[in-house]
Each structure stands twice: as structure tokens, then as C-alpha cells.
Write a protein that binds this ligand. Sequence first.
Ligand code: CMP
Length: 158
Amino acid sequence: MREEERTFVALKPDAVKRGLMGKIIERFENKGLKIIGMKMLQVTNEIAEKHYEEHIGKPFYPSLVKYITSGPIVAMVIQGFDAVAAVRQMVGATNPLNADVGTIRADFAQVMQYNVIHASDSVESGKREIGIYFKPEEIFDSWESQVEKIVYEQEREF
Ligand code: CMP
């Protein structure tokens, strides 16, 4: 039986300010993925440093921190079979100019620095990032998704 995965997704400040929250969240719901955690929060410099530790020292790091702290984000935990790959496919390449048409970044963004959304690049990164933004009691995975029953019918017994 295939394992379900969890991934961390953030709607960045430009997505919030441009009124794109609903449109983007709807795509994940339409796909049949299960949103098991969601909150709006202001990213502090300390949180940004933890989240983007692998980018510390890179030329774009200061502007990345300025951008991600420039307004509230919507943080989400999304669960589903192969959720990491499924979400990254929907999100598209980091640079919106290289993202496939139909992906979130191709459809809503134009510039790498303002690419509207973040998604974990592996299950391991997902665990680390979920741990930065969510306490265990802020994750709700026991509710029954009616959509899941159908989209994953082949994958497991419900
Ligand atoms: P994200 O998927 O959140 O991960 C790191 C972010 O840094 C990335 O999206 C972009 O917003 C930004 N980023 C990554 N690479 C570059 C780059 N070469 N130049 C500018 N910004 C970048």
C-alpha cells in the first residue's frame, strides 16, 4: 500500500496582497489533496532564517527575507499520496518564466523573486518546514475527506 505524504505550502505575501488565496487553495482542493493545517501568520526574521537556512549567504538572501517578511503568509500542511511531487507539479518551476503553463507560478507570477508560493522539495524538507510553522496540535488529519474516498479508491481501503 502506498504511503501518504505531507508537504508544506506557503502562499507568500504577494499572493495574499493580490487576493489570490482562494484561487490557489481551490486548486489543491480540486486536485483532491487534503489540507490538514492552515493559518495566516507574519514571518519574522527568525522564522525566515530557519525556513531559508540553505540560502543564507546567497546573493538573493537579503531580498528573499525582505520579501517573505513584507506581509502575512498563509501556511498550509497538505496531505496525499505523493503529495510532495503532486504539489510541486502544480506549483511549477521556481522561475515563473520556466514554469509550465497551467502551473500556479506560470499562471500567477512573472518574476522569480515574487513567485507567489512555496512548496517543500522533499518529504524530509516537508517535515522540517512543517515543524517550523506548525505545532502538532495545529494539524488535523482525522476528518474524513469525501473527495479522497473517490480519488484514492484504487490506493487504499476506506
Ligand atoms: P522558494 O521555493 O520559496 O525557495 C526559495 C526562494 O528564493 C524561491 O522560492 C525564490 O522566491 C527565491 N529564489 C530562489 N532562487 C533565486 C534566485 N536565483 N534569485 C532570486 N530569488 C531566488
